[in-house]
Design a protein around this ligand. Structure first.
Ligand SMILES: Nc1ncnc2c1ncn2[C@@H]1O[C@H](COP(=O)(O)OP(=O)(O)O)[C@@H](O)[C@H]1O
Ligand SMILES: [Mg+2]
Length: 413
């Protein structure tokens, strides 16, 4: 049999027993350090099993704090119990980042009530909102019971299209005749209710639950639990879990980030043919993840911003640290000349620098220089393993040329 390019990989030792368990969409049954939150949710939702209306809730917390995982888990348990007791309870979870207009959310909810009920699907678009809403009420009433509507990442939708949807959904009980409903809003942004009409705010905010970020110790527990199902036995080197947890805790206590780090570290180890995941693999994984997060942000920057960022990187790759605005501006002006673009004023460039800071691509610290006034000390956050001339470019070859040319020119100086 002739050799196939995949043979080598297939026979290679794998460190994973099931990689899927480290992915974002896997929601485990056991959620360490979220006992309190689970209790608060279930204490409220048990009302649905008694045929009463649970309070509307808002869950807040940074990304990766376990809000979606906890809600999924509690809702599954609720439906399971409902079936056992023959009490009709249905939860409908909508991810408002993916389903991001009022119409689509309403039709999605309506269509998830299809199953054993022979009716036409609400079209993807085209009906007046009132009609979709009316259809939703009709379908709920025809099934009776209590509906728990979960609007995950609701902050995203409200910022995009306002709070009409929340107004309508939190008012659903006044239209329903037989069925009952409650709304759980999940937000990554603590200030999200500032965007709401006071009436919606008070209806939705009947019960607030805050999910605090995980600390390093808690992240370790989460990771330890997960490796037992995701990785082979004895493949973790010393301090690997601790390191993944510490890095993710520094970030903002994000369990997703910790799990990603562990998965990518194991992939790197596997790729290098190592029998164990070591701390060195975690470092490589960290750089890779940072790069993967930054590349799309950089690609979307307007051209002038790209030129400013290139100017910072050219200075930095030439060994300069704590770069000052004047130094950035000098390279920036050369770059504009090279590209045949008009250079903005130093003041405007200073504004663009602040913007890059806000995006997390650089840090710009204002320092006082005594009677010489104030200046900025600029450092990029772009890891060394990212090749700036590549990221500057994708779409604009002239920017790549510019970067390479000035970079070479400056190196020679
Ligand atoms: N307490 C926990 N125990 C185990 N896994 C968790 C825990 N909290 C979060 N996770 C996992 O971390 C990832 C992110 O959690 P998620 O619920 O999506 O966060 P959020 O919705 O707050 O952004 C998911 O894969 C989830 O399974
Ligand atoms: Mg979530």
């Amino acid at each position: 049999m002739t050799e196939n390019i995949f043979d080598g990989y297939l026979s290679r030792n794998t460190l994973f027993s099931n990689k899927e368990f480290l992915r974002h969409n896997y929601h485990p049954e056991n959620l360490p350090h979220r006992k309190n939150e689970i209790e608060i949710l279930s204490f409220n939702l048990v009302e649905a099993l008694k045929g009463h209306i649970p309070s509307n809730m808002t869950l807040y917390g940074v990304t990766g704090a376990g809000k979606t995982a906890v809600t999924n888990y509690v809702c599954n348990q609720l439906e399971e119990k409902g079936k056992q007791l023959d009490r009709p309870v249905q939860s409908i979870i909508v991810n408002c980042r993916q389903i991001d207009t009022q119409y689509r959310v309403l039709s999605h909810i309506g269509n998830s009530l299809l199953e054993d009920y022979e009716i036409d699907e609400i079209p993807f678009t085209g009906w007046p909102t009132d009609r979709v809403f009316g259809e939703l009420v009709k379908r709920m009433d025809s099934r009776e019971g209590v509906f728990v509507i979960v609007l995950d990442e609701i902050d995203h939708l409200v910022k995009k299209v306002g709070d009409d949807l929340l107004y309508n959904l939190t008012n659903l009980n006044s239209s329903l005749k037989k069925a009952r409903s409650c709304v759980i809003g999940i937000s990554n942004d603590l200030k999200f209710t500032d965007f709401l009409d006071p009436r919606v705010r008070s209806r939705l905010g009947q019960l607030d639950v805050i999910f605090n970020p995980y600390d390093a110790q808690q992240l370790q527990d989460i990771l330890r639990e997960r490796v037992t199902i995701a990785l082979q036995e004895n493949v973790l080197g010393d301090g690997v879990i601790e390191m993944c947890a510490a890095l993710a805790a520094q970030e903002h206590g994000d369990a997703r980030c910790a799990l990603d780090l562990l998965r990518v570290s194991a992939e790197k180890a596997e790729l290098g043919g190592s029998l164990k995941v070591e701390q060195s693999h975690v470092k490589i994984a960290q750089h890779q993840i940072e790069a993967d997060q930054m590349t799309p942000v950089i690609a979307k920057l307007p051209n002038q911003q790209k030129i400013v960022l290139s100017s910072i990187l050219i200075n930095e790759r030439n060994g300069l640290k704590n770069i000052q605005t004047g130094e950035v501006y000098s390279i920036y002006s050369q770059a504009c000349r090279y590209l045949g673009t008009n250079a903005l004023t130093q003041r405007r460039v200073s504004g663009l620098i602040s913007n890059l800071d806000m995006l997390g691509l650089i840090t710009a610290r204002t320092i006082s220089k005594g009677r010489y006034g104030r200046s900025k000390e600029i450092n990029s956050c772009i890891p060394q393993n990212i090749n700036p001339s590549e990221i500057m470019t994708n779409s604009e070859p002239e920017l790549q040329g510019m970067f390479n040319n000035i970079y070479k020119y400056q190196t020679r100086l």
